[in-house]
Design a protein around this ligand. Structure first.
Ligand code: HEC
Ligand code: HEC
Ligand code: HEC
Length: 467
């Protein structure tokens, strides 16, 4: 019997062929990747991957009284660690549904929505065993064996001791279950193929617990355990390679996060934070204010608000000890970003009698900013908590790029801590890109780094960044 192919069948055949070709191409790519990875792993090790017995790998963990059962101590410790890991920041989209997920994380490949990690059995992780949970944080693999995307910082969480992971689970178990299913991810092909992360992991992920360096102090090791692990500072502060993995060179030398520059925090004296004292760094992490240096805005304001403000003084000291000991990375700048600017003395008098135009930076500054930051730029209320800060000797005005300055003007500053409730209004709706550029250029010229200029088009690109 002879059959003629219908057009639909022909299309289906075509589709099958296209898929087969795509599968072969993917298989070849994987084989190639495996080959490269094998070679890479037989070259020098850049990071330790060996697991040591838990007792030695734990770092300075003296604050752990009893971690054998779900005791109040374990739960309390879990709550503390959950804050260090900033789990709430990513897993809370609506403050009325804490930890229930649904927050879109923008990646260059599309949007990933965070899952619900409350103990709800149907939509959360109520049915996960402790082993499932440990595997998720240590290996980046889900309950059903699926590969996670590295928007979930398992690359860092993998360094955490199993004990600490159990403490976090014990705390999450005490949360109110929220019945809520977050939206599906919006990722383009081929990035919607989770198994591709096996390839990504080969290049960018060294599964394994933190190994203390016996040559360093207990304080340094505790700091390294926190910064490289649970606190995942590198997610924002370390530059990325073309696969979006963290680079192993120039670590902590600065990177861009959702339009914001997460600055160089190596101890380099001009490009990093080498000229900050220990106490100033501790103040920045616990309040968001490093008077005479910097204020935490954007993603760093969230880190301070949800995470670092809750850290114990010992843990903050350890973090600082670790940051101080990093290899300094020079960004090639000649003057620290917090060492620019002098007060404007006669700009305002010079304005008298000039025509009002809509894109004069000085006029716009006086109209929109001077009520709080003073027309001299010196701020109001000195450095008391909640004061309006000086724009002179401010890391955002003095940075080599004015990106954060424009982001601060567009989105304002919001940061709640134990000491203060900080609010600078957002000007994104009130000012055009041209006007934001004009104010920014006035601020950097007057109070900051005059080489950091912006065009209206650059402001438009920053405005388009999803927050
Ligand atoms: C930077 C954002 C971010 C932070 C911080 C973060 N997560 Fe997540 N988490 C994600 C994303 C995104 C996913 C989903 C990954 C995927 O679908 O591939 C995820 C997935 C998970 C999952 C898997 C849930 C499931 O249903 O598959 C668990 C469990 C989890 N996170 C726990 C935690 C814990 C505990 C912390 C704090 C120690 C934490 N996360 C911190 C972004 C984050
Ligand atoms: C979610 C991204 C993100 C994470 C995670 C993060 N940072 Fe930041 N950090 C930033 C951004 C963005 C800035 C710039 C803030 C600004 O312009 O006000 C910043 C600024 C800083 C500064 C001030 C630098 C300066 O000159 O103004 C320090 C210090 C710092 N971060 C330390 C840390 C430490 C320590 C950690 C880990 C505990 C960390 N950050 C985690 C994004 C992040
Ligand atoms: C209603 C008062 C108010 C107005 C108006 C205002 N600011 Fe602010 N500004 C603040 C406060 C409050 C902070 C945050 C202080 C803190 O972080 O503790 C701030 C912070 C800043 C910072 C530092 C951000 C950082 O990350 O270091 C810059 C730069 C800045 N403002 C520029 C401007 C400019 C430019 C304008 C005008 C477009 C403006 N501000 C208008 C109150 C104001």
């Amino acid at each position: 019997m002879k059959t003629t192919k219908s057009p639909a069948a022909a299309t289906a055949n075509h589709e099958r062929e296209r898929r087969a070709r795509a599968a072969i191409a993917a298989a070849l790519f994987c084989a190639f990747a495996l080959y490269i990875a094998w070679h890479a792993s037989h070259e020098s090790q850049t990071r330790p991957i060996d697991e040591l017995p838990m007792s030695t790998a734990r770092g300075d963990d003296t604050s752990t009284p009893n971690v054998n059962a779900d005791t109040p101590d374990l739960i309390k410790r879990g709550e503390y660690l959950t804050r260090v890991g900033d789990c709430a920041a990513c897993h809370t989209a609506d403050p009325g549904r804490p930890f229930a997920g649904g927050l879109p994380i923008s990646t260059p490949f599309g949007k990933i929505y965070t899952p619900n990690i409350t103990p709800d059995p149907a939509t959360g992780i109520g049915q996960w065993s402790d082993t499932d949970f440990v595997r998720a944080l240590h290996e980046g693999i889900g309950k059903g064996g699926e590969q996670f995307y590295p928007a979930f910082p398992y690359v860092e969480f993998s360094r955490m001791t199993e004990q600490d992971v159990h403490a976090i689970r014990a705390y999450l178990n005490t949360l109110a279950p929220v019945h809520y299913t977050p939206p599906a991810n919006e990722l383009r092909f081929p990035f919607n193929q989770r198994w591709l992360m096996i390839v990504w992991n080969l290049f960018n992920f060294n599964e394994g617990r933190f190994v203390p360096d016996p040559k360093q102090s207990a304080e340094f090791n505790r700091g390294a355990y926190l910064v490289e692990g649970l606190a995942h500072c590198e997610e924002c502060h370390t530059p990325r390679n073309f696969m979006q993995g963290l680079k192993t060179t120039g670590r902590f030398s600065g990177a861009t996060q959702a339009g914001w520059q997460a600055y160089n925090i190596t101890p380099d004296r001009t490009s990093g934070i080498g000229n900050w004292s220990d106490d100033v760094l501790i103040a920045y992490l616990s309040t968001g204010v490093a008077a005479g240096h910097a204020y935490a805005a954007g993603p760093m304001a969230d880190v301070v608000q949800h995470s670092t403000q809750y850290l114990t003084h010992e843990d903050l000291r350890s973090i600082v000890a670790y940051l101080r000991a990093l290899p300094p990375v020079s960004g090639g700048v000649t003057r620290p970003r917090d060492a620019w600017g002098t007060p404007a003395v006669d700009d305002v008098t010079a304005l008298r009698g000039t025509a009002i135009t809509t894109d004069n930076g000085l006029q716009l500054f006086v109209a929109n900013c001077a009520s709080c930051h003073h027309w001299t730029g010196a701020g109001v209320g000195a450095s008391a908590p909640g004061a309006y800060p000086s724009l002179i000797h401010n890391s955002v005005a003095g940075a080599p790029s004015a990106d954060n300055l424009a982001m601060v003007i567009l989105h304002g500053v919001r940061r709640q801590t134990k000491d203060s409730d900080v609010l600078m209004p957002a000007f994104g709706d009130a000012l055009s890109n041209q006007q934001v550029a004009a104010i920014s250029n006035y601020v950097t010229k007057r109070f900051g780094n005059p080489q950091a200029t912006l065009t209206a088009n650059e402001v438009a690109a920053l405005r388009a960044q999803p927050q």
